[in-house]
Design a binder for this molecule. Structure first.
Ligand code: NAG
Length: 374
């Protein structure tokens, strides 16, 4: 990262032609000058730079009540041979099994790097019970929230999806300042997410690791989110865990476009009515448009930061009623979902290959992240 930034800055200070860019940046690792077409952020993961990547430290499973505890621990996130690994492990390895249904875990720490990053959904302290055990999985989510945010540009992330039942990796962008209000009013761009299950079909269609999905979220409030009009799926019979692929975003003042390996997956080009009209929200006269003073790209005309994580399970992304050699052990909305998941570990744990090759199969592996100015 440093050598690349130094190069970018050197070019700018030599007074070489620098065409100003529409791209804007902020954060501790943002370049001082943004020239059109320049590389403005890069990490090749030759080392794990925690000045760039802040770890989430929370028990919060988000609105999907996912089963993982995100922590800053080199079992769950590490750099090795030029690759970043986000890797799941069992909570019981560290705390013992009895702790899950009886222990109290408070993840708030005193050091600046140890603070609980998300208190929502009982994210900073939980007490396990028989029916509602503590998060059975440990994993990692990292983000550039303090180091780098940008508005408009081209992103390329070369990554390999994990394989293993109920693993849910994601590489995405979140709004840096919630300029238009809280989620989803300020938007969310999911560059790629997938399901780790090797053999999972819904109505005969493989929806596990043979499928990746990109989604754009936007709407005036959570119940009114226009993502259905901006979601794209691609399938690959070999599975996205078997090879690295390049996941790409082109984000301009006119459109959002997602590609995989240079092949366009989907694009949103809002008209002059912006995302309000694109989402069909204008049919409801009683709701105020939070983007009415923004450009037609609002909320995607403000800065976003990068997030990469490996989630596990939860109520959102894994549909009920799927056909699978190891059937989904919980139903969405079940108050005992985490318990049912943990009790079924005889089915899913062997699919993770955690004891093979440092758990490489079950890890989200990232080769590089690169972002260029428009
Ligand atoms: C990191 O995770 C490992 C595996 O769960 C655990 O044994 C270790 O105690 C953890 N380290 C800290 C500092 O929590």
């Amino acid at each position: 990262m440093w050598s690349v930034s130094a190069g970018v800055l050197a070019v700018a200070s030599l007074g070489a032609a620098c065409t100003p860019s529409v791209t804007t940046v902020s954060g501790t690792h943002a370049p001082a000058t943004v020239c059109s077409g320049a590389l403005i952020f890069a990490d090749d993961f030759n080392s794990f730079d925690l000045e760039i990547w802040q770890h989430e430290n929370t028990l919060a499973g988000g609105g999907n009540w996912e089963f993982q505890y995100y922590n800053n621990n080199r079992t769950n996130s590490f750099v090795h041979s030029g690759l970043l690994f986000l890797r799941p492990s069992l909570m019981s390895d560290q705390f013992g099994e009895a702790f899950l249904s009886a222990g109290t875990l408070n993840v708030e720490g005193g050091e600046p790097a140890d603070r609980c990053t998300n208190p929502q959904w009982k994210g900073c302290e939980r007490t396990g019970t028989f029916n509602n055990p503590l998060n059975p999985i440990k994993s990692a989510r990292i983000r550039t929230v303090n180091s780098f945010s940008f508005r408009y540009g081209r992103v390329e992330v070369r990554a390999k999806m994990p394989a293993g039942d109920w693993l849910w990796p994601a590489i995405w962008l979140m709004p840096a300042y919630n300029t238009y209000g809280t989620w989803p009013a300020s938007g969310e761009i999911d560059l790629v997410e997938s399901r780790g299950n090797r053999a999972m079909t819904l109505y005969g269609v493989p929806i596990g690791v043979q499928e990746v999905c990109s989604t754009v979220h936007y709407g005036p409030y959570p119940a009114l989110n226009g993502w259905e009009r901006a979601r794209w799926i691609r399938r690959n019979a070999a599975g996205y865990h078997s090879n690295f692929h390049r996941y790409q975003l082109e984000w301009t003042p006119d459109y959002l476009r997602i590609s995989i390996d240079d092949l366009e997956l989907g694009r949103v080009t809002p008209g002059n009515g912006g995302f309000w009209q694109f989402g069909g929200f204008n049919s409801n006269p009683n709701i105020e448009n939070p983007w009415r003073f923004g450009s037609k790209m609002a909320p995607f005309d403000e800065k976003f930061y990068l997030v990469m994580n490996l989630a596990v399970g939860g109520t959102g992304y894994f549909p009920d009623g799927v056909r699978n050699p190891s059937p989904k052990p919980w139903w969405n909305g079940s108050p005992t979902a985490a318990r049912d998941f943990w009790n079924a570990r005889g089915h899913w744990l062997p699919t993770w290959n955690l004891n093979v090759n440092d758990g490489r199969d079950a890890s989200l592996q990232v080769d590089y992240v690169r972002i260029w100015a428009l």
